[in-house]
Design a protein around this ligand. Structure first.
Ligand code: CA
Ligand code: CA
Ligand code: CA
Length: 423
């Protein structure tokens, strides 16, 4: 009679248990009821938390986990070749979740992170109720490590990138220490501030003069509390170039920065962690000896098409004036197929009282009329691309020849592309 009373609850337990046949809960000869804390399932799956979907590796237990006692690299390990892991995970109720992004695979093929949970008596993972040590090896007794490979697809490098503004390659700066030049650094996800060094001997954010590697002093401040943006502030930038000649500032951001998820910066943007970000700016001190096109600073300009006309501001770094810039002589206009567009379709108008600032107007330009039906852009929008060339015959009133190609030496046409979206 006594034996039957013991066997009935045992049978109920076994019926409810979705146990692995190869790892029976009960050892062959034992009749004790094991009350063990085990992993019941592990997989790469999608969960929903606060209406947001997360992909990741989920480890399910048969009882709630004590979250205080799950510790990275002490009893919780994510291992495997080609697997990058930040050390973060989530624990709640009877699960541990490792979101994609906190770990990722370096290659898409055969990615199999190994999850190891320790069942060591002193340091192992334990249940919340009853403080039961994990039976990782599922031999029915507390203790023993759980080790399992998990097949993962679609969890690759999340791309921690950096962008630096202004976008233009050429910046005109006044020779006034009160007016700073600010480079805006934007990270694609919040950076780990502990990995950003800028006032030490091993700075990983630097600005220097490209021709002689001289360091350019700057102040740095986080743009907000979220570590997503930095301002690099250079005071008196015009005085850093010698003799008011243009010079090149190189903004250098080392690939030794990590984001808060432990992902290394892909500074060179090749889709893999690591690599330095480098961007060169031609700094042109205003009032310096070169004549350059100050605006538009970019080589390619998208135009907002008005009902009848489009206007582009054109300005120069030195006075030029109407005698030295003649539309019919100094401007040329082309379609993207190389066909020339007659100059009579355009006007150049100086701002009143200015010899530096003017505007180019296209009052007679009908989209599509001169350059055909347009070019299909990648996003399906049809555009006309027009090339405008300003000849290097143009001189300043002081006789300085245009440096249209921004190479710091007089001479070279200025070439600008204007993109007009077609209706
Ligand atoms: Ca065990
Ligand atoms: Ca890279
Ligand atoms: Ca030049």
């Amino acid at each position: 009679m006594k034996n039957i009373l013991i066997l009935i609850p045992l049978m109920i337990l076994m019926a409810a248990c979705n146990c692995d046949e190869s790892h029976p809960l009960v050892g062959g000869d034992e009749l004790e009821i094991p009350d063990v804390f085990v992993v019941t399932n592990i997989s790469y799956t999608t969960i929903i938390s606060d209406n947001v979907e997360f992909e990741g590796i989920q480890v399910l237990f048969n009882q709630d986990v004590n979250p205080e006692l799950v510790i990275d690299s002490l009893n919780f390990f994510v291992e495997g070749a080609d697997v990058i892991y930040s050390g973060n995970f989530w624990v709640w109720e009877n699960r541990i979740f490792l979101p994609c992004g906190d770990f990722y695979c370096q290659s898409t093929e055969d990615c199999q992170p190994v999850i190891r949970l320790s069942g060591e008596p002193d340091t192992g993972i334990r249940s919340l109720e009853g403080d039961k040590l994990l039976d990782g090896d599922r031999d029915g007794r507390p203790g023993g490590d759980f080790v399992q490979e998990v097949s993962v697809t679609g969890c690759t490098f999340p791309g921690f990138r950096v962008f630096v503004f202004p976008e233009e390659d050429t910046i005109f700066v006044p020779d006034d220490p009160e007016i700073p030049l600010i480079f805006e650094v934007d990270f694609s996800s919040p950076a780990d501030p502990n990995t950003v060094r800028f006032d030490t001997d091993t700075d990983n954010i630097r600005i220097f003069r490209q021709n002689d590697d001289a360091g350019i002093p700057f102040n740095m401040q986080w743009a907000d509390g979220g570590f997503s943006g930095l301002d690099l502030i250079v005071y008196g930038p015009g005085s850093i170039c010698e003799g008011l000649q243009p010079c090149v500032f190189r903004v250098f951001i080392e690939g030794s920065i990590y984001n808060l998820d432990g992902v290394q910066l892909d500074g060179d943007g090749n889709g893999e962690p690591g690599g330095n970000f480098i961007k060169d700016y031609i700094i042109v001190p205003e009032g310096g000896p070169l004549l350059q096109v100050k605006s538009p600073g970019e080589d390619t300009i998208w135009l907002d098409w008005g009902p009848d006309t489009a206007t582009v501001a054109i300005s120069f770094s030195l006075p030029v004036g109407p005698n030295n810039l003649i539309l019919g002589r100094d401007f040329s206009f082309f379609c993207s197929n190389g066909a020339s567009i007659d100059r009579s379709h355009f006007q150049f108008i100086w701002e009143e009282g200015s010899e530096e600032n003017g505007r180019l107007e296209f009052p007679y330009w009908v989209p599509g009329e001169y350059c055909g039906g347009g070019v299909d852009t990648l996003n399906g929008q049809f555009v006309n691309i027009m090339k405008v060339v300003i000849s290097d015959q143009v001189q300043s009133t002081g006789g300085v020849q245009l440096d249209g190609d921004y190479n710091g030496v007089a001479g070279g046409d200025a070439v600008k592309y204007f993109i007009l979206p077609l209706p």
